[in-house]
Design a protein around this ligand. Structure first.
Ligand SMILES: Nc1ncnc2c1ncn2[C@@H]1O[C@H](COP(=O)(O)OP(=O)(O)OP(=O)(O)O)[C@@H](O)[C@H]1O
Ligand SMILES: [Mg+2]
Length: 321
């Protein structure tokens, strides 16, 4: 393996270990979040209250040497509450910009579906363009600007669901499950022993494994990871099948292919390999495609779910040797 790539895989291994000091279990989630960041993309995170969504993003920011902000979306949140406003400064006799919370590296957009479309779109536009415009002036955002938007899966009342077209802008939809019994017992013990995960993070026991500005360079090393032509065909064929499936109204668009290619390379690096395997690709099928498919209502009424459709598509496409 090339030295650069080896350096990257070392960083990823250490990042996992440092995050694991705070977050108990949730290893598929931790990997998916790293996959997103190292692909330079954004993620939707879905999970009930209290599964450590906020804590995970805070921990990531510390470990990757980056800064962090959180915005709680509410029905009265205005676009300027996200981006910032120009305020008149009496002493200087001029307007000066008060930067909004979007001026950060890792942004946790909590309960994004609680704010109306206009506010959501201020964020979505910034995600796309990596800049914001305030009073006709355009300001660049951090080169590693990454949004983690949470949605609470049960609380639909009084919410504004993300338009389907906007979901496509998120590389992955990450499902954060409840901890299992063993993990929950470990968590309970730590909290009793004054070693709550928050305290571990705040006490400075978690070490950064890199500086924020290293990320751009580290990402380039991913290009050294081999992706066989057959695997590209495999992945493209799966995406194309989602558009042709009888139960699917809207299938995945071309962004899914791009995201999947990048993601499978990071998955290989996380496993310390310089080549992608069919399993790297398969393990990302649900997080990449799940939020991009809309089923036909008649099939949904029958009780068919997106994961079931994805399973059947994966069975239909032959895995390359
Ligand atoms: N897997 C876990 N590892 C470590 N701590 C955990 C884990 N699951 C839950 N916790 C603990 O649960 C509490 C809730 O965490 P956090 O506030 O990050 O949840 P959340 O998912 O952001 O919730 P909400 O949706 O209400 O914002 C924290 O005290 C955290 O220490
Ligand atoms: Mg939270």
């Amino acid at each position: 393996m090339h030295a650069d790539l080896e350096h990257l895989t070392e960083i990823l291994t250490r990042a996992r270990a440092e995050i694991g000091k705070v977050i108990i279990g949730q290893s598929p989630v931790i990997d998916q979040v790293l996959i997103c960041i190292f692909s330079g993309q954004h993620a939707l995170i879905e999970g009930v209250p209290g599964v450590a969504k906020t804590l995970l993003v805070r921990t990531l920011a510390r470990v990757l040497g980056s800064d962090f902000n959180r915005i709680q979306f509410t029905p009265d949140l205005m676009p300027a509450d996200i981006t910032g406003t120009n305020v008149f400064n009496m002493q200087l006799n001029e307007f000066s910009l008060i930067q909004g919370p979007i001026f950060t590296t890792f942004l946790l957009a909590d309960e994004i579906n609680r704010a109306p479309a206009k506010t959501q779109s201020a964020l979505l536009q910034a995600m796309q363009e990596h800049s914001v415009t305030i009073d006709r002036e355009t300001y660049p955002l951090s080169p590693n600007f990454t949004v983690f938007a949470t949605q609470n899966p049960i609380d639909y009342e009084g919410t504004y669901p993300l338009p389907e077209a906007q979901k496509d802008r998120f590389m992955l939809k990450i499902q954060m499950p409840f901890p299992n019994r063993e993990e929950e017992i470990i968590l309970a013990r730590r909290c009793l022993g004054q070693e709550s995960p928050e305290r571990i993070l705040e006490a400075g026991e978690v070490q950064p494994v890199m500086q924020g500005e290293d990320l751009v360079k580290l990402r380039q090393f991913l290009e050294q990871i081999h992706l066989k032509e057959e695997l590209i065909h495999y992945l493209v064929d799966i995406v194309r099948k989602t558009r042709a499936h009888e139960s699917v109204l809207v299938g995945a668009g071309p962004r899914a292919v791009q995201a999947w290619l990048w993601g499978s390379r990071v998955a290989a690096a996380l496993d310390q390999r310089d080549f992608v395997t069919p399993d790297d690709i398969k393990s990302l099928a649900t997080p990449i495609l799940g939020h991009r498919l809309i089923l036909r209502p008649e099939f949904e009424i029958e009780g068919l779910t997106v994961p079931e459709v994805l399973d059947s598509i994966l069975q239909e496409v032959a895995v390359p040797k």
